[in-house]
Design a protein around this ligand. Sequence first.
Ligand code: ADP
Ligand code: MG
Length: 680
Amino acid sequence: MKPDVWPASGSRLAGLLAKLDIRRPEDILLHLPLRYEDETRLTPIREVPPGSTAQIEAEIISCEVTLPRRQLRACLRDKTGAEIIARWIHFYPSLKKQLEPGRWVRLFGEVRGGFFGVEMVHPRLHFVEQGEPLPQTLTPVYPTTAGLGQITLCRLVDFALGTVPLDEFLPAAIQQKLALPGFAEAIRTLHRPPPNTPAQLLEERSHPAWMRMKFEELLVQQLSLRRAYNARREHNAVCLPPRQTLTRALHEHLPFALTAAQRRVIHEIAADMAAQHPMQRLLQGDVGSGKTIVAATAMLQAAENGWQAALMAPTEILAEQHYRKLAAWLNPLGISIAWLSGGRKKREREAALEQLQSGECLIAVGTHALTENPVGLPRLALAVVDEQHRFGVRQRLALREKGISGIRPHMLMMSATPIPRTLAMTHYADLDVSTLDELPPGRTPVHTRLASTARRGEIMDRLKTACLKGQQAYWVCPLIEESEALQLKTALETWETLKTALPELRIGLIHGRLKAAEKTATMEAFAAGELDVLVATTVIEVGVDVPRASLMVIEHAERFGLAQLHQLRGRVGRGTAQSSCILLYEPPLSGNARARLKVIFEHTDGFAIAREDLRIRGPGEFIGARQSGLPLLRYANLEQDAELIESARDTAAQLLASEPQAADGLLTRWLLGREGLLQA
Ligand code: ADP
Ligand code: MG
């Protein structure tokens, strides 16, 4: 029975479909099976290996409800005389009536060796006449949601297959070159695999029909990102050519020479800022690769053209550190800096606001306080966002809106979490990317060790010895995601414990709840060497730069994500002393936690770590952090389909240049109403 209408909007069925993002018949065609079940074959009961899934055909011998734990048990016998038990723990009374002795059924499910012989629990059930012909095609199993059955989905797919035109948008030449089947053929194969379709290729998603759909999905993603990229170039920005009046002086006064990588990215950024359309660039560079000086140079390039630049950082500690660093670099050049963050005194704040509003001050540094209402940056031409993944789309947009209307600031987003290549080519294809792939010279790699919490005492002894020799250390408190209050409590307890156990050492505490002035005082004391140990929550995760600290202990390291551990560890190894990082973990470790700790133990390179992170967790979290509203890839896999990604990128360029209607057709088919906030 085929429905001849699509469910009316507002109906229960339409609501269920919407949960799967299916709104139009076109959408359900792109809702591809999760897997397939082979109901084209029957297996004699005796030949089913225990633990495997099979379809059997058998006659019902008896059926009863058993107690004490209410179950429905049916005994069945196939035509070879072998018997099997089928059990239902949840069932409607009507099922018992249907399972009438003498009827023949087909059961599909996992066959197990049970107490009473072989059995199937909650098999799929299908009443038949004995010897009824088997289906000719594999049965698709669709991803679904509670209350929406496979049969309904199948019928709706049939409806869509019968009504939606399966237009071919890929030029024949491209299709041929990539040896991909046509769209119509691919869609039909995946929803209704013809007899003899190799089941394994379908399961593995390596069948040409799957390749076609994955390719189309990647192509659409490329098209939509390229469109967003091109659309942004239609906006106006201020041309800020590198005049080198201030930037050169800055570089001449630095106590170090820029690395080749720094010079290269400074050049890339300078060229972008000279253009009339807004820069949209991501600067990625491992922890400690020296992104701040690159940002400072770009900001000076704005200033030497008489325009404003703002640098936004995710925490007060970091904003303050940037302020101090920029002040040290820029004040000698006669450039003043306005520093805005939640914790500053009202008077200081108002003075800073006034200087920015009047345009007297060209450089602003702060937390998200920069985006708030009273802040006016009438000549804003460059916005730099540090640790950009820490900000939401809204905050980045709010900063962008600070300039005068009609002009968009150039945007430079910085991140210490490198994006693996395949991910950069897909989800970040709308950005230009600069990479600092070189660390400044003289860094010594951090020595990483794993130790179970049982060895805490030993670790404290080590800490003591190191500090008495003049080293400084961070002690990072466990992350407690569920409760900030609990996290704070743990931090206080850790601090107390360490103070009691190590009375010889000067131990400070820093966490997110301290007042800004207290945080500043503690950080300053630590930086000045007046504290030996800094007990800290993850507030120190980003950006904190105290070159003398050379030891870090991370408690419950198994609770942290890979990027976080890498960031934390990057707080040491900034000076010339040999640094170590001790990861304390609480056994037993879950498989996933073990995998993470192994990665952080074996790798020091942020790119390698990010690649492993992508492999372990999939792209969801990377992209989640970007919050772009861009749909995730449903079918293509960044690891397995790397080659398709390259072809999709080339094809997208080709279509946009010469077949814009085909590009439109593809975007409408896949993304209608789904294209998200790509501008941020
Ligand atoms: P990140 O990329 O993690 O933000 P920073 O900008 O904080 O790194 O730089 C880390 C440290 O390295 C800072 O103390 C900075 O002054 C220093 N630094 C930056 N560039 C160089 C360089 N070319 N040579 C030596 N030290 C540098
Ligand atoms: Mg930084």
